[in-house]
Design a protein around this ligand. Structure first.
Ligand SMILES: Nc1ncnc2c1ncn2[C@@H]1O[C@H](COP(=O)(O)OP(=O)(O)O)[C@@H](O)[C@H]1O
Ligand SMILES: O=C(O)C1=C[C@@H](OP(=O)(O)O)[C@@H](O)[C@H](O)C1
Length: 301
């Protein structure tokens, strides 16, 4: 099955210091691509300094932000959003040279944010985004995964999911949001390991809250539980998580939202924005790519 045509890349315009030339100072105006509220334009004087050797890890960013926002909380929210967007962009520039155009495969339970975070990563990396569930729906000519489960079978869905992952693994410069059950089959790991695998590890309660907020209709494995949407989701997700055991832990990088939240002083993972999670993903990818084992494995493909 041919994978669907690549989605158009969304990229941001970056007026900062030219890539490849490291120099102190530099001004930039944030483009709309960062989702900045242009009613409140800001000029960020980005003082980029290198501490010690110029290894891409040692750069430190100090930012003075002058902003016309009138209200304190708006300004703080604006600055946080700008900070995150800037840090994401900077981190992507650190990582891209080491990724060697390899695909990113996001794995995790349903509702873990593979699509949401995947789209952010694809945009900042200049990669194309694919949702393997959508490719399967197109390949079999049905409008939803739920319809496939109902009118054909889960096994039929899984077979086509493997074909989609096989096709995607032969391509470059993709971010793929896999279905939550992709980790079940070893053959799928043989495909995904041609790229870099990233596990979004989200507490079950947070998954249940997120899924309850959007409804379980699109997730057939959650359909047959009794009770309210949250309870129904939590019961089923707990069972699935136990059945899948350590399957997700085969990923090259684990993004533990509970750990990030604790590190940032949040009591709950719901305080973490998708951008903050994307930043952490790039940090963990960078760490993985610096290991010899990564170099050995990725050299072959
Ligand atoms: N960091 C986050 N904080 C709060 N809600 C989120 C976050 N990431 C994703 N969501 C929400 O959770 C739901 C599932 O996200 P999605 O990206 O579709 O997950 P997946 O693709 O893993 O099933 C969506 O409604 C999405 O808006
Ligand atoms: O966990 C699973 O087995 C599944 C997760 C779903 O994808 P999302 O993770 O995008 O919900 C979809 O592939 C199908 O309903 C099966």
């Amino acid at each position: 099955m041919e994978a669907a045509s690549a989605l158009s890349n969304q990229s941001c315009t970056w007026n900062g210091p030219e890539r490849g030339r490291r120099r102190t100072g530099g001004g930039l105006r944030i483009q709309r691509g960062f989702g900045v509220d242009t009613r409140c334009p800001s000029i960020i004087n980005l003082q980029v300094s290198q501490a010690g050797t110029s290894s891409y890890r040692s750069e430190s960013l100090r930012m003075k932000i002058s902003c016309c926002c009138s209200r304190k909380e708006e300004s703080e929210k604006f600055l946080t959003g700008v900070d995150e967007a800037l840090i994401l962009k900077k981190k992507s520039e650190d990582v891209i040279p080491y990724m060697n155009e390899r695909c990113l495969f996001l794995v995790g339970m349903m509702g873990s944010g593979k699509t949401t975070v995947g789209k952010i990563l694809s945009e900042v990396l200049g990669y194309s985004f694919f949702d393997s569930d959508k490719l399967v729906e197109k390949a079999v000519g049905m409008y939803s995964v739920a319809q496939i489960f109902k009118e054909r079978s889960e096994a039929f869905f899984r077979d086509n999911e493997s074909k989609a992952l096989r096709d995607l693994s032969l391509m470059r410069r993709l971010v793929v949001a896999t279905g939550g059950g992709a980790v079940i089959r070893p053959i799928n790991w043989s495909y995904m390991k041609r790229g870099i695998t990233v596990w979004l590890d989200v507490p079950l309660e947070a998954l249940a809250r997120r899924i309850a907020a959007v409804g379980t209709e699109s997730r057939p494995l959650l359909h047959n539980e009794p009770g309210d949407p949250y309870t129904k989701a939590l019961i089923r997700l707990s069972t699935l998580s136990e059945e899948r055991g350590d399957a997700y832990a085969n990923a090259d990088a684990r993004i533990c939202l509970q750990h990030i939240a604790s590190k940032q002083g949040h009591g709950d993972v719901s305080a973490l924005t998708p951008t903050a999670i994307a930043i952490e993903a790039l940090v963990k990818i960078e760490s993985f790519l610096s290991k010899d084992t990564a170099v050995e494995r990725l050299t072959y493909f």
